[in-house]
Design a protein around this ligand. Structure first.
Ligand SMILES: Cc1ncc(COP(=O)(O)O)c(C=O)c1O
Length: 447
């Protein structure tokens, strides 16, 4: 089959010409079953031929509205023009040399851009990797090298990846950890601020977490504290105001490296360049990936120059880290973000989603919480009248109904009862409204 051209030029419409999945996707799924390991799951088994703007087109000719961005990756839109142009130019020039062997400008340009865009105006440096998990692993390596300490503080409901160290840092057992132990040691979990469930102020929740880290791990043992400023897979929980600043202050005063994992929340997603920006929190190290490169695999650790430089030469790197094509894509994605002021667009999309979600909440008592920032919004479903009894079955039913009606929605959360909405920032208001109309119908028909 010849590839269909995607990008923003695709007709921006929801169009169902078969059931979901259609016959061509069903046949492709059979091939997947035969050749792809069962452990690699698929949530919505339509096979894709093109995507762009706010839609995904499948092999049957269906056009689905995308509220997931491939899990917060295609923030600038799929096949965004500045990304594809720069990628084409780079592919024609060279595809790989290994930056550790013979370097190239694209890598340095991405690091310079990260210096400028990440929180704080101090001297910074970066190192580039392939995946979010790899960035988190390297942030821990850097923190340990810089402090000479071992322990890593993480939080309830955290998600940091699927490698051995990041599985240890991730909270949820199924499907991420089950049967894959033993896990890396010296990882300690503290309670998070989860306003719906703990009712604590940010300061009180921070005091609880700090007491836990102080008494059960010990300041002298802690190399770093790693936290998602807004939880990703764990349920899009936004900590109560004051939680992150108090934690960051405590770390700074005690020589503990404060690492913000902005892999899901970074790069305009929350209506600021980074989620930390909302409360003026300046992390010592920031991990980024996903939205950084418009769909190509790239990740980074950016941080205080003196911390980053505490690692001996050759201690950081990898064959593909900062691949030139991925770097070109990242420079293209950042160009899209600046040219189209995607920070402002994320806020506008957030306001629009909030209006839809608050209306839904008023109609459906199963919606216990509406939360998020910018274009990173979620609703948590609980047994009506409760905030503590997760209703994963309802979430699954609504999710399936959305998929059947041609809207790509994602769930998340420790209990699987959270709907998260992560539309590409290239989506139109009309498509967004239509998608939330579908979500509303899905709630009405699954009651
Ligand atoms: C906050 C956060 N950290 C780390 C990761 C791991 O990234 P990757 O899947 O690229 O390894 C993710 C992925 O969802 C994430 O959301």
């Amino acid at each position: 089959m010849t590839a269909q051209t995607g990008g923003p030029g695709l007709p921006q419409e929801r169009r169902l010409v078969t059931e979901i999945p259609g016959p061509a996707s069903a046949a492709a799924l059979e091939r997947k079953r035969a050749h792809v390991a069962d452990g690699v799951g698929t949530m919505l088994p339509v096979f894709v031929t093109a995507a762009g703007g706010g839609v995904i087109v499948d092999v049957d000719g269906n056009s689905l509205i995308d509220l997931g961005s491939g899990i917060a990756v295609t923030t600038v839109g799929n096949a965004a023009p500045s990304v594809t142009r720069r990628v084409h130019e780079q592919v024609d020039a060279f595809t790989h040399t290994c930056f550790m062997i013979t370097p190239y400008d694209g890598y340095v340009d991405v690091c310079a851009a990260l210096t400028e865009l990440t929180p704080g105006r101090h001297a910074k440096k970066s190192a580039l990797f392939n995946s979010g998990a790899e960035a988190v692993e390297n942030a821990v390596k850097i923190a340990r090298a810089a402090t000479g300490k071992d322990a890593v503080g993480v939080f309830d409901h955290a998600y940091h990846g699927r490698t051995n160290l990041t599985m240890a840092m991730t909270a949820k057992n199924m499907p991420y950890k089950h049967g894959f132990g033993p896990f890396a040691g010296e990882v300690y979990r503290a309670p998070l601020s989860y306003p719906l469930r703990d009712g604590l102020s940010g300061e009180a929740a921070a005091a609880r977490a700090i007491d836990h880290l102080d008494k059960q791990v010990g300041v002298d043992n802690l190399a770093c504290v790693v936290i998602e400023p807004i939880l990703g897979e764990g349920g899009f929980v936004v900590p109560a105001p004051g939680f992150l600043p108090a934690l960051a202050d405590w770390c700074r005063d005690r020589g503990i490296v404060f690492v913000a994992d902005e892999i899901q929340s970074g790069f305009c997603r929350t209506g600021d360049w980074f989620a930390c920006d909302h409360e003026g929190v300046v992390p010592d190290l920031v991990t980024t990936a996903k939205g950084i490169a418009g769909g190509l695999p790239l990740a980074a650790v950016t941080g205080r120059a003196e911390l980053m430089d505490s690692v001996h030469a050759g201690g950081l790197g990898g064959t593909y880290g900062g691949n030139p094509v991925a770097c070109a894509a990242a420079l293209g994605a950042m160009e899209e973000m600046r040219t189209h002021d995607l920070v402002a667009r994320a806020r506008a999309i957030g306001d629009r989603m909030l209006t839809h979600l608050e209306k839904l909440r008023a109609e459906h008592p199963a919606i216990a919480d509406v939360r998020g920032r910018g274009a990173m919004m979620a609703i948590e479903l609980c047994a009506p009248g409760t905030t503590t009894e997760p209703d994963a079955a309802r979430a699954a039913a609504v999710n399936a109904a959305c998929h059947r009606a041609g809207v790509v929605t994602l769930t998340c959360g420790t209990w699987g009862n959270v709907f998260r909405f992560l539309p590409p920032l290239s989506i139109s208001d009309e498509l967004l409204d239509e998608a939330f109309g579908v979500v509303g119908e899905a709630f009405a028909t699954t009651a």
